[in-house]
Design a binder for this molecule. Structure first.
Ligand code: NAP
Length: 373
């Protein structure tokens, strides 16, 4: 949508709610005081899915280094469920508005913003302070949807430092699903494991990280093994390109089974569950394999015994999402490969509670999308 038609659209969810002066130029001291109103979902008190509150508020104004984005779509991650439910361990509910993933159009610039302009189609990494380079836990101080307000709003104020402009062929809907699960899978496969064609990847489950992990690994020429609790989900993963599948409910020793099926084990594991499945993941590994710890699943009753850690010289590496540079690389690769993330179900903005309930039910494969406009 260009700026003129954006300004011409109707009431609450349009830029007509913001003054033309404010959208026409970077915000300055002369900008009008009165802002039109728009809708946002707020984390409830006490926090729970059922307690999410749909509010109408004055559309926020971007300050120095920020932009205002008209949100087109957003998406839910496992962590967002924890944040909305009040059980995510980091951040202590500093954000009022949830969701770490989304995409939209820049409709207003704060002062001193460079590298983007009005009308740009953008998304953002959820750690906007992690532009490139090594991980620093301090980036959690500015974590979109956790310690900073997130995407579950008609208009989001976002730090310009985390923005990535969308390649032309990437839709808002696709881009809105990638900041957490996509960037994490990219980081694991290509920054840590340095995946090469012909290698074998094991990815656990059929959720957001696993499904985009399957798609990226296949696009890179890898053989991919997927585990799931449900045969029908495994059938869908085979349609998406999985070479081998195992139902972990039916086969408790699924790791050994994966090693047998692959003729000696896998080279890379996307450990999307965490410590509860680590031992079986290790049983699935070939010598020299790399296990990337992504899932933050609960502590198991017994500590992992880590079979084969020394004997097979396994590499165990935890990661936390990824940098803005990684996100730009991911989008460029997806554009080149014409890759579209798997969106299982789509909800409207008003149906956000139902979208969270769907995530909670765990029936989805890939992603659950919320369309704002
Ligand atoms: N470290 C990071 O930066 C990072 C980034 C993103 C996400 N995460 C974490 O990664 C995990 C997955 O996130 P997500 O967004 O992909 O969640 P999701 O969409 O809710 O998917 C979770 C999946 O886990 C699978 N699962 C559960 N128990 C399993 C088991 N014992 N064995 C194999 N699979 C099992 C389920 O697969 P089936 O239904 O097919 O059985 C389910 O589809 C979460 O713990 C999340 O917090 C971490």
């Amino acid at each position: 949508m260009d700026r003129r038609s954006f300004l011409a659209t109707g009431a609450m969810s349009s830029a007509a709610v913001i003054s033309a002066a404010a959208t026409a130029a970077a915000t300055d001291a002369a900008a009008p005081r009165t802002r039109a109103r728009s809708r946002a979902w707020q984390i409830g008190n006490p926090p729970s899915i059922g307690n999410l509150q749909l509010i109408t508020r004055e559309t926020p104004r971007p300050i120095r280094g920020e932009v205002l984005v008209r949100v087109v779509a957003s998406s839910i991650n496992a962590r967002d469920r924890g944040i909305v439910g009040g059980f995510f361990p980091i951040g202590a509910l500093k954000a009022a508005i949830p969701l770490s993933e989304g995409a939209g159009e820049i409709v207003e610039l704060g002062a001193d913003v460079s590298g983007v302009k009005l009308g740009d189609r953008v998304t953002s990494c959820h750690f906007p302070a992690w532009v490139d380079g090594r991980w620093d836990p301090a980036v959690y101080e500015r974590d979109i949807g956790n310690t900073l307000d997130g995407w579950l709003t008609e208009y989001a104020v976002l730090p310009a430092s985390g923005l990535v402009v969308l390649p032309e062929v990437i839709s808002y809907e696709s881009a809105a699903t990638l900041a957490s699960s996509g960037v994490t899978a990219w980081h694991a496969l290509f920054e840590i494991a340095r995946l090469r064609p012909g290698q074998t990847v094991l990815t656990l489950g059929t959720g957001g990280v696993s499904t985009i992990g399957l798609q990226l690994a296949k696009a890179a020429g890898a053989r991919v093994v997927v585990t799931s609790s449900r045969d029908e989900k495994l059938a869908r993963m085979r349609e998406l390109g999985a070479d081998l599948t195992v139902n972990y409910r039916k086969d408790a020793a699924w790791g050994t089974r994966v090693a047998d099926m692959t003729g000696g084990g896998v080279d890379v594991v996307l450990e999307n569950v965490g410590r509860p499945t680590l031992d079986e993941s290790m049983n699935a590994c070939a010598p020299g394999a790399c296990i990337i710890m992504i899932g933050t699943g609960p502590m198991p009753k017994e500590l992992p015994k880590m079979p084969g850690l020394y004997q097979k010289n396994l590499l165990l590496k935890a990661i936390s999402n990824g940098s803005r540079r990684m996100f730009a690389d991911l989008l460029a690769a997806m554009a080149a490969a014409r890759l579209e993330p798997v969106i299982d179900k789509t909800f409207t903005f008003s149906e956000a509670i139902a979208a969270f309930r769907e995530m909670e039910a765990g029936d989805h494969i890939g992603k659950i999308l919320i369309k704002h406009a």
